[in-house]
Ligand binder design. Structure first.
Ligand code: FAD
Length: 457
């Protein structure tokens, strides 16, 4: 790594002396800069397991003094490439969860994954507003806004953040709330790590011990009937009803139900926060669309929210692509089917449409950098970069986006745009938000210490 030549043992010792946590150089066992997505090239100069905000500040100061950049790693679900000029702050030791059931809030360390908060909150009938995969990190998810299985009922999960402790790019430790450092509070919710490295968040919890929902799976041969039924059904749903639909091509692996392995299937996911009988009745048009092959719908404890999408938990090499849609007319469904339906030779593991709208489209109580709230659907594709399909994944994602071009808004959501490409990053925001984030980055990170990966500069 090129940066190595400019450093000697004294520099390494200085960094080690500056932090309470552990500094791992590439030859150390604990280095391992990869997490969930192992396809991303990550070769930081060092990985630092930080123990507190002072450690993060010390790493930022070291980087600033040595012309390096600092990136942050929660779980690697949204990893972007990192080279040898970067110090990678790993937050996994910031693992505290303090629940305040009376206030319906939780203080959560930046290294915590959603499932830990879900498990802590469940005995109190409280629901943390996670995403589809509870193994995703709380801080990484919330700095990208976060759309979860309740997005239409509650809006962006980051709308429910009460306070954020952060080390900004200038090395200062700050707290951001709607009234304290309000500009930071605005930009940290949606702006990913552009302005700082979050060390702790205080989040609001929903009183929701259980919900009606889960997933209903159909044979791929019924994809057209199910997708068209879903399209019509989603035209007029109340905000208590949340849904997505996915064309799945899952391999036969441990954890994949045999009915779903090695073939094309269609999953309709559903989460309804109202009475179970109303929720079940509302779902009738989807049940009537075709004969299900697997029925996972019912009244579920909120702690089982991860079962709705049943996302993979083990590390894998993946390539993702996400786009917002302006609508979903019947033509768009036919186009999607032509590219990813039963007649198509499509290598993608998942091609998913999520219904947005509802509370997500409403003005949040406290403004944030989360943009594009008016888009009614999100299109998301994920492919596994493994033989023999690895080479076919990127072209397939491009072909999907190209075919769906007439319905793409051009916008993206930050959590589905893990990339260092400025064009991809700016597509996550409207023009004003990009300008504000740039101006705030100039103020809170004047030396550009955090200007690496998915940041707005
Ligand atoms: C299987 C799967 C399912 C998903 N489902 C959803 C979903 O339902 N809804 C949704 O919105 N997203 C979803 N995502 C996307 C996910 O929210 C993003 O990838 C998110 O960035 C992951 O955060 P992380 O910390 O777990 O991952 P990491 O790769 O460790 O972090 C990704 C980025 O998040 C930021 N970040 C992480 N920690 C901090 C911190 N402490 N301070 C500041 N910035 C930080 C940084 O920009 C970092 O580069 C999903 C991703 C996968 C792989």
């Amino acid at each position: 790594m090129s940066t190595d030549r400019r450093f000697d043992q004294a520099d390494i010792a200085a960094l080690r002396a500056a932090v309470r946590g552990t500094v791992h150089r590439p030859t150390d066992d604990g280095y391992q800069p990869l997490g969930f997505n192992v396809a991303v090239s990550r070769r930081p100069w060092a990985v630092i397991d930080v123990l507190d905000a002072d450690d993060v500040a010390a790493v930022v100061a070291f980087a600033a003094a040595n012309g390096m950049t600092v990136a942050v790693h929660g779980t690697g679900h949204g990893a972007t490439p990192i080279d040898g000029h970067t110090l990678l702050v790993r937050t996994s030791a910031l693992d505290t969860v303090e629940l305040d059931p009376a206030a319906r809030t939780a203080r959560v360390g930046a290294g915590v994954r959603w499932q830990t908060v879900i498990d802590a909150a469940a005995p109190h009938g409280l629901a943390p507003l996670c995403g589809s995969a509870p193994s995703v990190g709380v801080a990484g998810f919330l700095t990208g806004g976060g759309i979860g299985p309740l997005v239409r009922t509650v809006g962006a999960s980051s709308d429910h953040v009460r306070a954020i402790d952060v080390v900004t790019g200038d090395g200062e430790i700050r707290t951001a709330t709607p009234t304290e450092n309000a500009d930071l509070f605005w930009g940290l919710r949606g702006g990913k790590a552009t302005l700082g490295i979050v060390t702790q968040v205080r989040i609001g919890l929903l009183e929701l011990p259980r919900f009606y929902g889960g997933a209903l799976y159909f044979d791929g041969a019924d994809a057209a009937a199910v997708l068209h039924a879903w399209r019509s059904w989603t035209q007029d749903l109340p905000a208590e009803a949340n849904t997505s639909i996915a064309l799945l091509r899952l391999p036969a692996l441990p954890g994949v139900p045999p009915q779903l392995a090695g073939r094309l299937t269609v999953a309709v996911r559903y989460v309804h926060t109202g009475p179970a009988d109303e929720a079940a009745a509302l779902f009738a048009p989807i049940r009537a669309a075709a004969e299900p092959i697997l029925d996972g719908l019912g009244v579920l404890p909120y702690a089982a929210i991860g079962a709705v999408h049943a996302d993979p938990v083990d590390p894998m090499p993946v390539l993702e692509d996400g786009h917002l849609l302006s609508g979903l007319p019947a033509d768009a469904v036919d186009t999607l089917l032509a590219v990813a339906g039963p007649e198509a030779s499509c290598p993608l593991l998942v091609v998913e449409l999520r219904l947005l709208g509802g509370a997500f489209a409403a003005e949040p109580a406290v403004a944030s950098a989360v943009c594009h709230r008016d888009a009614p659907f999100h299109l998301y594709a994920i492919g596994a970069l493994v033989p023999p399909i690895a080479e076919a994944v990127a072209p397939a994602e491009q072909a999907l986006a190209g075919a769906m071009g007439p319905w793409l808004t051009g916008g993206r959501l930050p959590n589905f745009a893990a990339s260092g490409d400025p064009a991809v990053i700016t597509a996550c925001y409207d023009a004003d938000t990009v300008e504000w984030l740039r101006a705030l980055a100039q103020r809170y990170d004047p030396a550009g210490v955090l200007a690496v990966g998915q940041v707005v500069r």
